[in-house]
Design a protein around this ligand. Structure first.
Ligand code: AG3
Length: 275
C-alpha cells in the first residue's frame, strides 16, 4: 500500500513495503510508529528510523547479547541500555546463569507500544527476572557502580535521545558499573555510511577498556545492511567464548561458527576500528 523509506543522511534510502499503519504517536522523546508490512512482519520505527522488523531483528539481537554473554564465564546480573522493544532482554533470558536483567529505557512509550503491537519481540518482558526502569540510562549507570556482569548498549543513532550513549564519559561510567571481570557490547553503526562514527566510537572505547574488539553482521533493513558491534572488557577476549554454551543456545543466528566468524573482519572495517 505504501512504501516506508528510511533516509540516511541524504546518502541512501532503505525501503520497506507496508500494508497498514498499526500505531503512531509522538512521545515526549520521539515519533513512534508500528507498521504491518508486506514481507517483514511488523516494523517499529523511531523518528523514521528502522529499529526492528520481525524478519531480521534476530540477527541484531543475537549479536548484541549472545556474543558478550557467551564470553563472560558466568553472567548473572545484566543491564540492557535502551532496547525498549525488549528484543535484547528476550535473548538475555535464554542464558541459564542470568538471575536478573534490567532494561533501562528512556522512553516508556516505546516499551508499551511494543508490548501491545510486537509481542514476538517484547513478550519476554513479563519474565520475573526482568526489571523495567524508565530513565535516562546515562544517569542510571552513574548511580549503579559495581553492579553488572554484562552491559549491552542497545542504542539508536548518536543524534536525538541517544547522543550521550556514544560519549567517553558514558563508557567510563559503564566501566565503573561493571563488576570485576565484566564485559560490555554496543551497537556501533554502519561502516559504509557512518565510518567516522564507527572510528570515533572505537577510539572512545579504547581510551576506557583494555580489550576492545569489533564484530560484524548483516541486518538487511538497517541502512547499508552491514553493521558493526563493539565488545569491550578489561580482561575478557572473544577467544574465551564458551563454545558449549554457544551451541546449546540453538539460536536462529548465533552459533559456535558465528562466535568466531563475526570477528573475522574485512580490511576496510579492521582499518576503521584499529588505531
Ligand atoms: N537499535 C538501533 C540500531 C540502529 C539503527 N539505525 C538506523 N536504523 N538508522 C535497535 C533497537 C533494537 N532493539
Amino acid at each position: 500500500m505504501a512504501w516506508f523509506y528510511e533516509h540516511y543522511r541524504d546518502i541512501s534510502a532503505t525501503g520497506i513495503n507496508t500494508k497498514s499503519l498499526v500505531h503512531e504517536e509522538k512521545s515526549e522523546f520521539q515519533a513512534i510508529e508500528v507498521h504491518e508490512t508486506v514481507g517483514h512482519g511488523r516494523l517499529l520505527t523511531l523518528d523514521d528510523m528502522v529499529m526492528v522488523t520481525e524478519l531480521d531483528e534476530f540477527v541484531y539481537h543475537d549479536l548484541l547479547t549472545h556474543v558478550p554473554l557467551c564470553v563472560h564465564p558466568n553472567p548473572r546480573q545484566v543491564l540492557v541500555v535502551g532496547g525498549g522493544d525488549g528484543g535484547s532482554v528476550r535473548e538475555v533470558l535464554k542464558h541459564a546463569s542470568v538471575e536478573r536483567v534490567v532494561q533501562c529505557e528512556i522512553d516508556e512509550r516505546v516499551t508499551r507500544v511494543c508490548q501491545e503491537y510486537i509481542p514476538s519481540v517484547a513478550g519476554a518482558l513479563e519474565d520475573p527476572r526482568v526489571e523495567l526502569v524508565f530513565a535516562d540510562a546515562a544517569a542510571y549507570v552513574k548511580q549503579h557502580e559495581n553492579s553488572f556482569d554484562a552491559i549491552l548498549v542497545d542504542s539508536t543513532e548518536p543524534i536525538g535521545p541517544a547522543a550521550a550513549l556514544f560519549a567517553e564519559a558514558f563508557f567510563r561510567d559503564l566501566a565503573a558499573a561493571l563488576r570485576p571481570g565484566g564485559i560490555i557490547s554496543s551497537q556501533a553503526e554502519s561502516p559504509y555510511y557512518a565510518p567516522e562514527v564507527v572510528r570515533d566510537l572505537f577510539g572512545t572505547v579504547r581510551r576506557v577498556f583494555n580489550q576492545v574488539h569489533a564484530y560484524y553482521g548483516v541486518i538487511p533493513t538497517y541502512p547499508g545492511g552491514g553493521w558493526v558491534f563493539c565488545l569491550a572488557s578489561d580482561s575478557l577476549t572473544p577467544d574465551q567464548v564458551d563454545l558449549e554454551r554457544a551451541a546449546a543456545l540453538s539460536s536462529r543466528y548465533y552459533s559456535p561458527a558465528v562466535a568466531a566468524g563475526a570477528f573475522m573482519l574485512p580490511n576496510f572495517i579492521s582499518k576503521l576500528v584499529t588505531p
